[in-house]
Design a protein around this ligand. Structure first.
Ligand SMILES: Cc1ncc(COP(=O)(O)O)c(C=O)c1O
Length: 443
């Protein structure tokens, strides 16, 4: 059973407490004044990778800097390729845009800042659409292949060719929003039953979004952990399949497929730019997103692989602490960040195996600059185009600005005026009321 400690933001119950100051800044120069790094950990840069299934793959890139066999055995190029080929066949598939945030780049003193805008992904509002739904499809094709003894394709599942055989299957997950929405959508695409467990603080807008995709949504009177435990117990009792985005001892295959789905973003980026990024600032909750992006870049670009800087909330820095200690460690969430998707106290083991092998540095930020950054994006002050950036979309920008005017950090990360930086706008207004309450009037 997963021990993931992803928790809800308090702000969800009272969508942006009135006591909290509204954002007043709107330009990247203003944002510089509120963007700060609270913890910074630089990791050593050479070493070797040794494979393990226990979360203890030891550190750092091999001398030749190629995607190592040890990691390929855990998360293969084939996993990534298969997911990319499948997802790019789905109805409504379109590459999300890669924006150039020229004004923020100038403020940060770098040559280029790309922003992968996931707010439009499959109409679900976040990159999560790629992961849970793909894992559902992959699981069902495997299940049917096992049952029939012949290879059943995901395309045939999507085409509804196995409706009868799948009519009794139920997939399930506990969620604080985006992942559950993806699982519910995948279940609808495949024509299987779906029950999603949410906790007492998940907003009704997020609940509605999942119900409108056909899922049975069960709200439990407890917190996120309790919803996870409840989901696992009910799944066991009813023989349902749990589709989780975090891996733990004995549960790696489904999170691997979730991560494979996320690698579509890297495939798109490599088609959208002629130049590679030199640095990627990537936000993390359990680490699945960061690990999938790092793995796909490393696998595709080898020697030219960018440097990865993991960005977490001060309140949920499980990867940062794990890097310092050299093994996966849990942190207790004492306070909720408004970046709800990042509020996780325990790292995904598969993600840690990959990230501990390639991350250059980890940093933490607080919530202060989040509303300001969202407003700057909404007002078209980052690149002369209005961009809908949700709470989890802006940590990369904040962290870049936070390090950019610190000479020591810049030197340690090799950040110069020639650097090309990539960040991920992971979500749009996934809870529209909350989003509008945060950014305020942007007319
Ligand atoms: C919008 C958004 N961004 C980032 C993340 C973090 O991803 P991960 O938990 O894979 O690190 C999440 C997780 O739910 C999310 O919903």
């Amino acid at each position: 059973m997963t021990q993931n400690l992803r928790r809800p933001p308090r702000a969800l119950q009272d969508p942006y407490p009135v006591s909290r100051a509204k954002p007043t800044v709107s330009t990247s120069a203003d944002l510089l004044t509120t963007s700060r790094i609270n913890r910074f950990h630089l990791r050593a840069q050479s070493g070797s990778v040794s494979g393990s299934e226990s979360g203890s793959v030891s550190d750092l890139r091999p001398a030749n800097n190629l995607w190592p066999d040890a990691l390929n055995r855990q998360f293969s190029a084939d996993d990534m390729c298969r997911a990319q080929q499948e997802i790019q066949q789905w109805d409504g598939y379109a590459a999300t845009s890669l924006e150039s945030l020229s004004q923020v780049a100038a403020t940060a003193g770098v040559r280029q800042l790309w922003y992968k805008d996931e707010s439009t992904r499959f109409g679900l509002g976040s990159f999560k659409a790629l992961g849970g739904a793909y894992a559902v499809m992959h699981y069902l094709a495997d299940l049917l292949s096992e049952q029939t003894g012949t290879a059943i394709s995901m395309a045939s599942v999507r085409a509804g060719e196995h409706k009868a055989a799948l009519s009794s299957v139920t997939v399930t997950s506990a969620t604080d929003g985006n992942h559950g929405r993806s699982v519910a959508w995948g279940a609808r695409m495949a024509g299987v039953n779906c029950t999603i467990f949410i906790h007492r603080d998940v907003s009704s807008a997020r609940e509605q979004a999942m119900a409108s995709l056909g899922a049975t949504v069960v709200r439990i009177d407890g917190d996120y952990d309790e919803s996870v435990h409840h989901c696992a117990a009910v799944a066991k009792e009813n023989n349902w399949q749990v589709i989780s985005d975090t891996s733990y001892e004995g549960y790696r295959d489904i999170p691997r497929q979730v991560m494979a789905g996320y690698t579509v973003m890297v495939d798109e980026i490599l088609n959208q730019t002629d130049e590679l990024p030199t640095h990627v600032f990537i936000q993390a909750g359990v680490g699945g997103l960061a690990a999938s992006i790092a793995a796909a870049f490393w696998q595709r670009t080898g020697h030219d692989c960018p440097a990865f800087i993991v960005v977490e909330s001060d309140y949920a820095d499980c990867l940062h602490q794990s890097f310092i200690q050299g093994k996966p460690v849990d942190v207790k969430i004492q306070q909720e960040t408004m970046m709800a998707g990042l509020s996780c106290g325990e790292v995904s083991l598969l993600a840690f195996d990959i990230l501990s092998s390639c991350v250059r540095a980890s940093v933490t930020i607080d919530d202060t600059a989040v509303p300001d950054a969202m407003r700057m994006m909404a007002m078209g002050q980052a690149c002369n185009k209005k961009l809908e950036a949700g709470e989890c979309a802006v940590p990369g920008i904040i962290a870049l600005l936070g390090v950019s005017h610190n000479a020591e950090y810049r030197a340690q990360l090799g950040l110069t005026d020639e650097s090309r930086v990539l960040v991920f706008g992971c979500e749009g207004a996934t809870d529209p009321d909350l989003y509008h309450a945060i950014v305020g009037d942007i007319s």
